[in-house]
Design a protein. Structure first.
Length: 258
């Protein structure tokens, strides 16, 4: 909720800033029209086109990148579920006496992974669950190695240990994906371009005697909402747009571990 409140404040501040700068641009344009009606709009077309084009390009790239990373994070949830499920099934190849303890640790491990993501990521519960999951990774690996050395047939270690290793490796991939974001300067540049575009848009509306509130409000609202959505997509465990629904595959997998 704190993240949503923060991004909402950013979007609202940007909305009000763009609305105010449109009014400033309109006032500057009106003054220029009063001083020199013939040259007030001369040579501004190229400048406006460059600024609006750069704003649209940067906004498109950041939105596309955020959506792509959001989809990638959902795919990684499915990959982790597949990795855990495959490793769990291959435990059938281990000696029967070694299986119950390892299976129980698998269930505890999946519970910890779910708790890590279902709790707020900065909370103590989430951090404790992550520490527990990391500890259980080492325990499961040690138990699997020990079990593969006890009267196991030759193909067993080749089938079991790579599956357990993949289950462990995918957690690092997911952690890296969660922290993969564009540099903050990109968002600063996007905000500055939005404000500059608002100033130029207001200047372009100076020729009209009455303010076009529909255009002014619409331009500011659409731009600020788009930036809000970009930020929300970039942090899918904190905002309104979330990948929590993808965790259902892990919940279903946990239910199947009898």
């Amino acid at each position: 909720m704190a993240f949503t409140f923060t991004t909402s404040l950013i979007a609202m501040a940007l909305f009000l800033g763009m609305l105010g700068l449109q009014e400033v641009g309109r006032c500057l344009g009106r003054r220029q029209l009063d001083r020199d009606p013939d040259s007030a709009r001369r040579n501004l077309g190229a400048l406006e086109g460059a600024v609006f084009g750069l704003m649209g390009l940067l906004m498109a790239f950041t939105f596309s990148g955020a959506a792509s990373r959001f989809d990638g994070r959902r795919q990684l949830v499915a990959q982790e579920a597949n990795a855990i499920g495959t490793a769990y099934l291959r435990l059938d190849l281990l000696p029967v006496v070694a299986q119950p303890a390892i299976r129980e640790n698998f269930r505890r491990y999946l519970d910890a992974r779910l708790a890590h993501f279902q709790n707020p990521l900065e909370s103590q519960a989430s951090k404790a669950a992550l520490e527990s999951a990391n500890h259980l990774q080492g325990v499961i690996w040690s138990e699997a190695v020990a079990a593969c050395g006890k009267d196991s047939q030759a193909p067993v270690p080749v089938l079991v240990l790579p599956a357990v290793n993949e289950m462990i490796d995918i957690t690092t991939t997911r952690a890296m994906a969660m922290n993969q974001h564009p540099p903050r300067v990109v968002y600063v540049m996007l905000a500055l371009l939005s404000l500059a575009s608002a100033l130029l848009a207001g200047h372009g509306m100076a020729e009209g005697r009455a303010r076009s509130w529909a255009h002014m409000l619409g331009f500011a609202a659409l731009s600020s909402i788009t930036i809000f959505l970009i930020l929300d997509l970039e942090y899918p465990r904190l905002g309104l747009i979330r990948v929590d629904a993808a965790d259902q595959v892990l919940v279903d997998l946990r239910a199947s571990m009898k």
